[in-house]
Design a protein. Sequence first.
Length: 258
Amino acid sequence: MDTPSHPLNPGAEHGMSLMEMLVASLMTTVILAALVALLVTTMNQETRITDRIQADQLGRTAMTNIVEELHSSCTGFGGTPIQAGSGRTNLWFINAYRHKSSTEPYPKSVTEHEIVWEKKGTSNTGEEFGTLTDYAYESTAGEPNKWTFSAHGTSTVLANDVIPPRVSAKPTVFQYYDYSAAQLTELASGELPLTTATAEDVAKVTITFSQASKPTKTATESEPVPDTRPGRTAVFSDSVVLRYTPTESATEESKPCE
């Protein structure tokens, strides 16, 4: 049996009106935009966290190496650990490793280090970044405060993409303290770099820097630069105390390692 067909009433409402289509399109656009924004935010957050973790690993390794070497600078060799010439971005010191059973009055050999921060460029936020390098020179002869060192040493890159804080508008990785009025007091900027006299009294060294992750090169960059936007770098600060308390006598000098 055939179903009777009825002609459409011209006044009847069938399908979607133009206004409904516009509203549906607008809602679809808003939802897609929200999904895209959520996806971009998630990807950026993941990248930021990855950069921060990598920066933390790189900076922590560099700081550990510096602190451990400084801790071995008071080994009973009777010399001055921190050396003249040390400044805001370079640190000269002597260290040595001794066996517990050693009966020698001082080690037969020591190592002179210069840890240097060298500027390499400017980051994407205008921060100066550079490389921390440890130059080491073995002693060839001598005794405490009279060592002679090889002119040819070794160099070890401790970390790349290191950003020093600025103190008095100058990049400053290392700060130095001596005992003044029975307490550790930071040396004034005018006393840097250290002289032979001021180096003898340094009883504490503070190391501070920020570490960025390894930069990723893009097609438009000739040389990649580190990303130092907030949340993508790791800040490190540590101190090595070479003498915990001043001398009991106010007239006696508080030399380090004594």
